[in-house]
Design a protein around this ligand. Structure first.
Ligand code: AHR
Length: 503
């Protein structure tokens, strides 16, 4: 068996994990809201129409922030339509996904739902078809105590205390051809600068996310980041990154190598932020909000067909990717990549949460179930809180078509000092060979392996469904540690969570 070696030391600190790294996303898109989290006629719906079975699955993931209401949807979002008495709200044509938005679920309902699942909203403002005034009005409605037009409107709507939303996105993917009201980098730079300035006058306690490029292969990347930050640097706190991967060529080795591209993407955005910092002689550091990340490619044809040929439906089945086992490995690899960069990536949102490119799926009137990708995210959220340690890894490599030689093992470790736990997350992305991993945790006295959780499958294309959840993690036997050194087997094509605790 091929061998690999990993040394872990308390001194190899990357940074503390910001819990918001385990954020997610609910957009008014497809069946995310309607017939997803909100289905008043479902037997398990509560008095608000929220599906309690879905809430349980969300709670299990322990998601601290949820981005809302878009996504592309936000670029033509008229927030006033989504508040006040439900019976007085009017449906509207939703242009981003060419659907019908009934507005029976809006801002107030979302705030209530996030509260119930133990999360907080990460709100986005419309900088596509609207602008500064509208962003200010919405912020006043949400965060101002009372005695003004919009704060009193909120109170009249039954919410006395402010929503006090702390994190705001300044639009969405404003460089994209598909975006309503797309902008050039100079237009967006100016608009985001002035919007951010005004919003911070209303509530200086908020944090703001400036739109970065829609994905790394956008033609204006990374000039977009440099130019827009030159305008808004003093007023914003984070810049966004979005990236989705897919196995479009059905080349699984190459597909799993794409997490290396994500690493390059993050490093380039960090350098660009720091370039602008240097240029401005600024003391302030802009951090990263990777607020859309996932696998997305399975459902592209259906999406095109529905939006082109069957528009203006309420909650059409859009972006319902049915994830397989290799997609779970990819999500695990992306999660590891985010953790490895926890010194600069402070916020991340798995896009999305329910039914739309999601870990959680629902049937109308029926069951809810976990997709394959649910598990790596669950494990990271559960065990990945603390301080990130960079393992020193000596790993064999394998050849891929587009990415050349890549490492078999991609890994990261998180030390939770309070709980006296160390967790190693590792993917063996070699699809042919198991590996023996020798772990040396030299500086951790009296620690031993408590658990080794593994997700593996002989069929890379195996999927879960409402009928059967065949792809799930299992705990395997753990060897006894000897002098802080121990060996485990990382099966070919596997997701591994190796947990150490005090003896
Ligand atoms: O998450 C789905 C879509 O992907 C979002 O609406 C958009 O921001 C991105 O292109």
């Amino acid at each position: 068996m091929k061998k690999a070696k990993m040394i872990l030391d308390k001194a190899f600190k990357v940074g503390d994990v910001d819990n918001r790294l385990y954020g997610s996303f609910i957009e008014h898109l497809g069946r995310a809201v309607y017939n997803g989290i909100y289905e008043p006629n479902h037997p398990l719906a509560d008095e608000n129409g929220f599906r309690t079975d879905v809430m349980e699955l969300v709670k299990e993931l322990n998601v601290p922030i949820i981005r809302y209401p878009g996504g592309n949807f936000v670029s033509n979002f008229f927030w006033e339509d989504s508040v006040g008495p439900i019976e007085e709200r009017k449906p509207r044509l939703e242009l981003a996904w060419r659907s019908l938005e009934p507005n029976t679920f809006g801002l107030g309902e979302f705030a209530k739902w996030t509260d119930k699942v133990g999360s907080k909203p990460m709100m986005a403002v419309n900088l596509g078809t609207r602008g500064i005034a509208d962003a200010c009005n919405l912020l006043e409605y949400c965060n101002h105590k009372g005695g003004t037009k919009y704060s009193d409107m909120r109170i009249k709507h039954g919410k006395k205390e402010p929503y006090d939303i702390k994190l705001w996105c300044l639009g969405n993917e404003m460089d994209g051809e598909w975006q309503l009201g797309k902008k050039t980098m100079d237009e967006y730079g100016r608009l985001s600068e002035e919007t951010a300035k005004a919003m911070k006058l209303i509530d200086p306690s908020i944090e703001l996310v400036s739109c970065g490029s829609s994905f790394m292969d956008m033609p204006t990347f990374p000039q977009w980041e440099a130019t827009t930050l030159e305008y808004n640097y003093d007023y914003v706190d984070y810049i966004s990154l979005h990236q989705y991967y897919g196995n479009l060529n059905n080349d699984s080795s190459d597909y799993l190598a794409k997490s290396d591209d994500m690493e390059t993407f993050i490093k380039t955005v960090v350098s660009t932020c720091d370039f602008v910092k240097a240029k401005k002689r600024s003391k302030k550091t802009i951090n990263l909000s990777f607020d859309e990340w996932n696998v997305w490619f399975h459902s592209k044809e259906e999406e095109k067909d529905i939006t082109t040929n069957h528009p203006w439906q309420v909650a059409p089945p859009l972006l319902e990717d049915h994830y397989n086992f290799e997609d779970a490995l990819m999500v695990g690899l992306m999660m590891i990549t985010l953790l490895k960069n926890a010194d600069r990536v402070k916020i991340a949102c798995l896009a999305q949460l329910v039914n739309v490119i999601a870990p959680i799926m629902t049937e109308v009137g029926g069951k809810s179930w976990r997709q394959t990708i649910y598990y790596p995210f669950l494990h990271a959220s559960k065990y990945g809180r603390g301080t990130v340690l960079q393992p020193l890894t000596d790993t064999p490599q394998h050849m891929t078509c587009e990415h050349g030689m890549v490492d078999d093992i991609v890994s990261v470790a998180v030390f939770n000092e309070e709980k006296e736990q160390i967790t190693v997350f590792a993917v063996n992305r070699n699809l042919e060979e198991d590996l023996e991993l020798n772990l040396d945790i030299r500086s951790f006295d009296n620690y031993k392996i408590n658990e080794h959780i593994v997700m593996t499958n002989n069929d890379l294309k195996a999927v879960n469904s409402s009928e059967k959840e065949d792809v799930y993690p299992v705990s395997v036997d753990v060897p006894q540690a000897d002098d802080g050194k121990t060996s485990v087997v990382l099966k070919k094509a596997s997701w591994n969570v190796i947990c150490f605790g005090k003896k």
